[in-house]
Design a protein around this ligand. Structure first.
Ligand code: ATP
Ligand code: MG
Length: 257
């Protein structure tokens, strides 16, 4: 594996005495594109909340680029280079699409200065990101009136505006049309090719496996399988706990389909 960007060890998180994450460990390389799958309630969003400072583990360590980050606030994790999207989208509804994305750019420090030049540069970069996710013609529209698919793409652009080294995606493809899934998939491939590590929680398996080179499976807060997508999807424990049946002939990442 390439140099590690994220190292999660023996992570535990209980809610009311019930484990949501139980002794979970994961090593992610700096150039990996890794999918996270598992049944509803398996602990996927909780894991993401722990990595991004939205929740604090009961025990265990999380190391990002060699630095322990347990106890940091979400904005501190973001400034270190960890961005995320939310399963339930959260745009600022009264701001325009472009302003929403600018919040990401300005918050992360890019353009935060008062110099006009910096703000102009940040705006140009945000417009580029909105074009990347297919919202280039919606810049001046209020975010509140966007469709769900558009809001999800806006959320992705806003997270990218923080210029993350590690991007965490929580069901960014859920509820989208085939065309929107394809649009986001193209954007994510480009983001990954430019050097961002991606951890992608997703239930839309057929789209996920066209993107990722590794799959991790969570069940009851534990990592029950981790490896090449083709092997993981054929693993009996994964079929029993999540898939229900084997999914033959799925086009995978790297197969050119
Ligand atoms: N803030 C919370 N308070 C109490 N219980 C919680 C909280 N957050 C999550 N849980 C519980 O932790 C478990 C894991 O939930 P989580 O949302 O992480 O699952 P998930 O894998 O993301 O599921 P889904 O695929 O449905 O999004 C569930 O049993 C859930 O009810
Ligand atoms: Mg979830």
């Amino acid at each position: 594996m390439s140099t590690s960007i994220l190292s999660v060890s023996n992570l535990k998180k209980n809610f009311g005495g019930i484990p949501a994450i139980g002794d979970f460990s994961l090593e992610l390389g700096a150039h990996e594109f890794c999918g996270v799958i598992g049944p509803n309630g398996a602990g996927k969003t909780t894991l993401m909340n722990l990595i991004t400072g939205y929740a604090k583990p009961d025990s265990g360590t999380i190391v990002f680029e060699g630095r322990g980050i347990v106890g940091l606030r979400p904005y501190q994790c973001c400034r270190l280079g960890i961005a995320r999207t939310f399963q339930i989208v959260r745009p600022f509804p009264d701001m325009t699409v472009l302003e929403n994305v600018l919040t990401g750019a300005l918050f992360s420090g890019d353009g935060a200065g008062t110099a006009k030049r910096e703000r102009t540069d940040a705006t140009a970069r945000c417009v580029e990101l909105l074009e990347l996710v297919g919202l280039g013609d919606r810049l001046d529209v209020s975010a509140g009136i966007l469709t769900l698919g558009e809001k999800k793409r806006l959320e992705l652009a806003r997270s990218l505006a923080t210029q993350p080294k590690l991007l965490l995606l929580d069901e960014v493809l859920g509820g989208l049309s085939e065309q929107e899934i394809e649009q986001i998939s193209i954007a994510l491939r480009k983001v990954h090719q430019k050097g961002t590590a991606i951890l992608m929680i997703e239930h839309v398996i057929r789209a996920l496996v066209k993107l990722v080179d590794r799959l991790v499976v969570l069940n009851f807060g534990r990592n029950i399988c981790d490896g090449k997508p083709a092997d993981v999807l054929e693993h009996p424990d994964v079929i029993e706990s999540y898939l229900g049946k084997s999914l033959p002939n799925l086009p995978m990442q790297g197969t050119g389909s």
